[in-house]
Design a protein around this ligand. Structure first.
Ligand SMILES: *[C@@H]1O[C@H](CO)[C@@H](O)[C@H](O)[C@H]1NC(C)=O
Ligand SMILES: *[C@@H]1O[C@H](CO)[C@@H](O)[C@H](O)[C@H]1NC(C)=O
Ligand SMILES: *[C@@H]1O[C@H](CO)[C@@H](O)[C@H](O)[C@H]1NC(C)=O
Length: 356
């Protein structure tokens, strides 16, 4: 069964606009192909698309956990499902993921869709790689698998087996494919209404946004059952973003929606800029810094105003709290942080069981 976006567009007539929120609970994992066979003009639109997907539909930040996988020859768990808390954190993760040069080794070669799907299954079933987010019983698990063309003929069955296994575990799957999706593509979506294909991501992603987001929302709030004739029962509307303005005091200021960006004021007009790869804007120092040193990126909280504390998941790092702001820092190679002395020591001398 081949399903194309054009087919689903035929059902636009039954779409009604409502001002509703996507309020149900879900853990959502998004799989993005980033191998070096995906050229920049096809890959770069993902950042805008994913950020819009998260914000456009007002997916309830308290109810939805979002995880991200970037895959090429190997899959990379960019983020295990975690609460969005603020869209800002999720947006920042998306931007860092889209700097795929950071993962050049894993991205080299083909797109191993099956390994990415299997990593997603592991993220849904096993939370030990997660930084403190317990498995949520009874919460809908949704995987959105983007694919880039088809896979090698000998890998088709592996992909189909991985999608079948995921569905058998109760994961609702969406397939979003570009170009010539192979015959394995139609096995990805959980039902008729959950597969989208397009010519090129650069023009296809913006048009698919409303349908994909709306379908995910109705999956989370299952008031209407999707059928072949009623793929998209509701289209959710976006909330207007607050306009960014320059005030008299600041020349450089953080983007309120994404820590990887900042604004500078040119004749009192805000101009958006992006920090270099792997860096985020530090609002205190008013400059870009490596992501681990900028508190925006981390979920870690300081319980005391100042001091050095163990990192919750990594023995080789520690948290330097300054004025309740956590700065994650690393011990020299081979050393672990020892809470009892408040410094780094040879790993074998340190009792630490936090490493993931
Ligand atoms: C759970 O995930 C962790 C971290 O990725 C991994 O090391 C471990 O082998 C997994 N356990 C199972 C039972 O899959
Ligand atoms: C796919 O699953 C079928 C049925 O369980 C099995 O016979 C086959 O060997 C699997 N194929 C691969 C490539 O893993
Ligand atoms: C949707 O389908 C489910 C399961 O088939 C059924 O229990 C439910 O009543 C249906 N809901 C509506 C609104 O038709």
């Amino acid at each position: 069964m081949k399903i194309s976006l054009e087919l689903c567009v035929a059902f636009v007539a039954c779409v009604s606009f409502v001002n509703a929120q996507c309020a149900g609970k879900a853990d959502l994992i998004i799989l993005i192909p980033g191998s070096d066979s995906v050229p920049g003009h096809e890959f770069f639109p993902f950042e805008r698309f994913l950020i819009n997907l998260i914000s456009f539909f007002q997916i309830d930040a308290d109810n939805a956990n979002v995880g991200l996988i970037l895959y090429g020859r190997e899959p990379v768990a960019i983020s295990w499902p975690q609460p969005m808390k603020t869209h800002k954190q999720t947006n920042t993760r998306i931007t860092l993921m889209c700097q795929r040069a950071t993962y050049a080794e894993q991205m080299r070669g083909g797109n191993d869709v099956a390994s990415a799907i299997n990593l997603m299954r592991q993220m849904f079933s096993n939370t030990s790689g997660n930084t403190g987010q317990p498995h949520r019983e009874g919460v809908k698990q949704i995987g959105v698998v983007f694919t880039y063309d088809g896979v090698e003929p000998e890998l088709r069955e592996v992909v189909i087996n991985a999608t079948e296994a995921a569905k058998a575990e109760g994961i609702v799957l969406y397939g979003v494919g570009k170009g010539n999706p192979g015959p394995e593509f139609s096995s990805i979506g959980s039902d008729y209404c959950k597969s989208f294909s397009m010519g090129r991501f650069i023009d296809g992603l913006p048009s698919v946004l409303a349908f994909l987001g709306s379908s995910i929302c109705s999956e989370m709030d299952p008031y209407v059952n999707a059928t072949e004739g009623n793929c998209f029962p509701q289209l959710y509307q976006s909330k207007e973003a607050e306009p960014v303005t320059c005030d008299r005091q600041s020349y450089l200021f953080p983007d309120p929606e994404n820590c990887a960006y900042y604004y500078h004021c040119l004749f009192r007009r805000p101009v958006q800029e992006r920090c270099p790869i792997d860096m985020l804007f530090d609002p205190i120092a008013k400059s870009c810094n490596y992501k681990d040193y900028v508190s925006c990126y981390t979920d870690i909280k300081c319980h005391k105003q100042n001091g050095l504390f163990a990192h919750p998941t990594d023995c080789s790092k520690y948290v330097n709290c300054f004025d309740f702001r956590p700065y994650v820092q690393s011990c020299p190679p081979g050393l672990w942080f020892d809470v009892s002395v408040g410094g780094c020591d040879t790993a074998s001398n340190v009792a630490c069981s936090n490493s993931v």
